[in-house]
Ligand binder design. Structure first.
Ligand SMILES: NC(=O)c1ccc[n+]([C@@H]2O[C@H](COP(=O)([O-])OP(=O)(O)OC[C@H]3O[C@@H](n4cnc5c(N)ncnc54)[C@H](O)[C@@H]3O)[C@@H](O)[C@H]2O)c1
Length: 357
């Protein structure tokens, strides 16, 4: 399956089982013969898939080398990107050469940021291997690292030259990270595709449906990114469930609750709020909770509401004294709603009190 993303720099996305082995051939259509290729990967993914990526690149006459960093969000720092940039400079990569991000969202975000900075911008290829990276972070050109002050605070918009999504790599993804990515898959159903949501709700086994599920999610992200490449409007709907989700992650000190789990709970809470405000079709929150449970994601949390609401005060999706929240009219139809922070807190309390009765 193939998609074309029409952003300022257009690029192709291929979704195909086993396509990791076509990396070299796909790159041959984009980069000069004999170019250097720096494969950036983490310490879990490189031992699994690194050699195949290098062999495929070598097979087409490229000169690949690799940079591997310790797996995990803790590596997503300026210091790791500084090491990457040093590696690229030592190997003498020029603007005709390219980077390959082989791994999850942490790898893609950092390799993309290094590609945006090195020589003021070189091209890079995304080969996402986690579910979250395949449906979300590899598409759209957002790259970043974390700062001690918060997540993703330093970064750049830098679109990839190519995205290769091989669903077979998900076979080695630990179940916790698979569930985490399912939070984002369910989110796409909620914000844009009732059909996808119903597929997820009804499926007995996702494996045979995976390629088409990945396609639906990526296509959804593609449309939104094409309309709002630099995140000034419509792209906000991708943050459905994130205002309260981020606040929950923060309330847990960023440990113990994965991002997907936190967003899932955030989606249920915000759907309840929408129902309470009379803006969301009744029964939506329960339907989302049913699908989240089915894919082993939590639907509630015992962090105190006050703690969570305090954390929303710092959420970067705010606009002055107002919050912009993403609500659903019904499953598959999202919209942005602006309301004062104080009103948001009061409505959350009312909605949850009503739910508890
Ligand atoms: N740029 C964007 O638009 C965007 C969007 C959403 C999230 N993100 C970022 O993505 C990151 C989270 O992504 P993630 O969950 O992929 O994290 P990750 O890259 O840390 O991957 C999760 C874990 O799975 C392992 N892994 C990945 N693929 C594997 C495979 N096929 N087999 C075995 N193990 C594998 C990794 O080594 C890691 O331990 C966060 O930093 C977040 O900020 C970015």
């Amino acid at each position: 399956m193939q998609l074309n993303v029409k952003t300022s720099k257009p690029y192709e996305i291929f979704i195909e089982r086993g396509c990791l082995d076509s990396l070299g051939a796909r790159c041959a259509a984009l980069f000069p013969a004999g170019a250097k290729a720096a494969v950036i990967s983490d310490s879990n993914v490189f031992p699994l898939y690194g050699e195949r990526a290098l062999a495929s690149l070598r097979g087409e006459g490229f000169q690949p080398d690799f940079f591997v960093f310790p797996a995990g969000e803790a590596s997503k720092q300026l210091s790791t990107v500084a090491q990457m940039l040093g590696f690229l400079a030592e190997r003498g990569l020029t603007r005709s050469d390219f980077l390959v991000a082989l791994g999850g969202g942490v790898t893609g975000d950092m390799a993309g940021f290094a590609a945006a900075c090195y020589l003021r911008g070189v091209r890079f290829v995304q080969v996402p291997t986690s579910l979250l990276a395949q449906v979300d972070s590899s598409v759209g050109g957002k790259t970043a690292v974390d700062l001690p002050q918060g997540k993703n605070l330093a970064g750049a918009f830098h679109q990839p030259a190519l995205v290769l999504i091989d669903p077979d790599t998900l076979e080695t993804l630990p179940p916790l990270f698979f569930a985490d990515g399912m939070g984002e898959v369910i989110k796409y159903g909620c914000i844009r595709s009732r059909a996808l949501f119903e597929t997820l709700r009804g499926a007995d086994d996702l494996a045979p449906l995976m390629e088409s599920i990945l396609y639906d999610c990526v296509d959804c992200k593609r449309v939104i990114v094409e309309h709002d490449e630099f995140d000034t409007g419509e792209r906000l709907v991708l943050n459905f469930g994130h205002t309260l989700g981020h606040a929950l992650e923060k309330a847990h000190g960023y440990t113990g609750l994965t991002h997907g789990a936190a967003v899932g709970i955030g989606m249920v809470l915000i759907a309840r709020l929408g129902e309470h405000m009379g803006l969301t079709e009744a029964g939506t929150a329960d339907a989302i909770a049913e699908v989240l449970r089915k894919y082993h994601l939590p639907v509630s949390d015992d962090a105190s509401l006050d703690e969570v609401l305090r954390a929303t005060a710092l959420d970067k999706k705010g606009l002055g004294g107002d919050l912009r929240i993403v609500l659903l009219r019904a499953v598959g139809e999202s919209f942005v709603h602006r309301l004062p922070r104080a009103e948001f807190a009061a409505l959350c309390r009312e909605a949850l009190a009503e739910e508890a009765r």
